[in-house]
Design a binder for this molecule. Structure first.
Ligand code: SF4
Length: 475
């Protein structure tokens, strides 16, 4: 008899959360297109098609001090390290977790006296949470916008299924413009492009809005590398012109985390690293956030982690290496978990796996520290009611003061996160660096440099022997 198991799932590659079926057949994993999912109608970008490879590199064992230990021993060591840490602590999940896991993390953090963050504190601090409430419910909203303004975003590299949708709506008559450092390859789904240096995007946007239609839809990246000044500027434009914003994030379930009020810091990852370096934060719980191998300044993140009293890592995808003080607790792959998700349009989606994932691990860890966690169904019910209240609230754009724009002056490389890059996987990718690193980056053999994208900007895609073309918009 052939063993065959089909799991209805969603790709965790980005916050679009395209529908996909994972097929387990005779011990092998494969991907099947979910044609009846109206987010993506069965289409997947290359990352979605390669999900089996992503899920094939699993963290299966618990680690402590660089050696394999039993799960129970790792839980005991992690609880001891967290309990005896001298200073403040932070629990960070960048978003690749179910809403139930995120809620369990926030309950655990409350009980353990840790702050929680999604790595987006700089955006929240700039505009407040209200701007992130429901503005759209489905990618179809793109179909009904008269004008779509892409702000500092490269959909084909970052959110390929969004690029596909843009191509379709443009054929139906929607005007699409792009403001940002990219120019040439956006031409096949934009009507006008205003290339500009990253340090001048806010000014370019301000100048553009003088002539823009009211009731436009602004699409702006709002990830951990996103510029809070742009988020604030788009917020202000929406307040002044009755327009809407689609704040696009890089990880799967950021909306779930926002709905649960998990962003409690006023700064992003760089600010968190600075707090660790200053000794203000001495313990860190990382859930599906292996930034010491995937963050832009990963060497700095790693070095900061090494100074922590407690570094507890809950992780499903295997990292090449962990800091020596990391206590690693394995998680099942995303598709095997049960629970719910919210995508970039705030839609509630269901994962039909069977594993509790981080909920179970956090229950064990909490028990070892003397505090309990309710059974999964009770956690799920509370999480759902919090998310439903969030979903029913419509976004409010209140004018705010603009923070300084983060872009570096002079020549720079552009850093364009995509599903591979934020997970530390090989693929065409690029980096944005300041003048101090520019000469070094430019000279590196692994970069394919494309000049003249906008004045003073260089796109530098990292070479991968398997791919000679840029990431395709969709397949
Ligand atoms: S666009 Fe690609 S990475 Fe994003 S959810 Fe869809 S298949 Fe996954």
């Amino acid at each position: 008899m052939i063993s065959l198991k089909v799991t209805n799932s969603h790709c965790p590659g980005c916050s679009l959360l395209c529908g996909v079926q994972m097929i387990e057949r005779e011990g092998l994993l494969d991907v099947e297109f979910m044609k009846d999912c109206d987010i993506n109608s069965g289409k997947l970008c290359r990352f979605g098609i390669e999900l089996a490879r992503y899920y094939g590199e699993l963290q299966t064992s618990a680690l402590a001090g660089g050696r394999e230990v039993s799960y129970e021993e790792a839980v005991t060591l992690a609880a001891k390290a967290l309990s005896s840490s001298r200073g403040a602590g932070v629990a960070l999940c960048t978003g690749d977790a179910t809403t139930e896991e995120l809620y369990a993390l926030s309950l655990f953090a409350d009980a353990a006296g840790l702050a929680t963050t999604l790595g987006l504190g700089h955006h929240m601090h700039a505009v407040g949470l209200e701007a992130f409430h429901k503005t759209v419910t489905h990618p179809d909203v793109l179909d009904h916008a008269q004008m779509i303004v892409l702000v500092d975003i490269d959909p084909a590299y970052q959110y390929p299924l969004l690029a596909r949708r843009l191509m379709l709506v443009r054929e139906q008559g929607t005007t699409i413009v792009s403001i940002g450092p990219e120019k040439e390859h956006l031409s096949f789904y934009t009507d006008a492009r205003y290339p500009c240096h990253p340090s001048r995007t806010v000014d370019a946007l301000r100048a553009f809005v003088e002539h823009a239609m009211p009731h436009a839809l602004y699409v702006v990246p709002c990830g951990m590398y996103g510029d809070a000044a742009l988020t604030a500027q788009v917020n202000n434009i929406c307040a002044a012109t009755s327009s809407r914003a689609l704040f696009v994030t890089d990880f799967a379930n950021v909306r779930g985390g926002l709905a649960l009020g998990m962003e409690s810091l006023s700064h992003g990852i760089d600010g968190l690293v600075a707090s660790i370096e200053a000794g203000d934060v001495t313990s860190l719980v990382l859930v599906e956030s292996p930034l010491f191998s995937s963050y832009l300044d990963d060497a700095r993140f790693w070095a900061a982690c090494e100074t922590l009293d407690a570094l507890v890592v809950l992780q499903s995808h295997r990292c090449e290496a962990y800091p020596p003080n990391a206590i690693v607790l394995p998680l099942p792959p995303f598709y095997q978990r049960k629970g719910t998700l919210r995508n970039v349009c705030n839609r509630r989606l269901v994962l039909s796996g069977e594993a509790e994932g981080a909920v179970a691990v956090l229950r064990d860890l909490g028990a070892a520290m003397g505090h309990g966690l309710s059974p999964f169904d009770a956690v799920a019910k509370e999480a759902r009611s919090l998310c439903d209240a969030w979903y029913e609230t419509v976004a409010t754009f209140t004018p705010v003061e603009l923070p300084p724009q983060a872009g570096v002056e002079g020549p720079c490389h552009r850093y364009v996160p995509n599903p591979y890059l934020v997970r530390g996987m090989p693929n065409p990718r690029s980096k944005r660096v300041g003048l101090d690193l520019y000469a070094v980056a430019k000279g590196k053999e692994r970069y394919v440099i494309r000049e003249d994208v906008a004045e003073d900007v260089v796109f530098a895609y990292e070479k991968d022997p398997r791919y000679t073309l840029p990431l395709q918009p969709y397949e």
